[in-house]
Design a protein around this ligand. Sequence first.
Ligand code: FES
Ligand code: FES
Length: 154
Amino acid sequence: MEKVKISFNLNYEDVTVEIDPNKRLIDMLREDFKLTSVKEGCSEGECGACTVIVDSKAVTSCIMLAPQVQGSSVITLEGLSKNGELDKLQRAFIDAGAVQCGFCTPGMILSAKALFMKNPNPAREEIKKAMSGNICRCTGYKKIIDAVEIARDK
Ligand code: FES
Ligand code: FES
């Protein structure tokens, strides 16, 4: 299959890559850019494990084709820490004990980050709604919502 060239901004840097036109966004991020924080759970857009931020919105990268990000900005968990310093959401997840199974954490943090981009001061109910696409099958959601509130109040 003929490859397509796409250019976009990835974790605050301009990048260009040649890929198969039917490659999924999750596969491009993990395989071509080695961004392995992006996790694959259900592969059907239901669990939120593969969430990344595209143009300030949380999207599930398992059901998006890579060429769709042409000209866009894409943020993965790797883009959140700066100069070795964790983002306040990452710090709050650690402090609140919200890193549970760990597999779901990148997607959860990115859903919260996208919420903060839209509204830096969300109420608990808005946080719950924004995180509703991120499924947890282990300990539950309380510590996760608490962590987002801690980050909001910092
Ligand atoms: S792996 Fe993409 S939503 Fe579950
Ligand atoms: S945080 Fe991954 S299943 Fe609960």
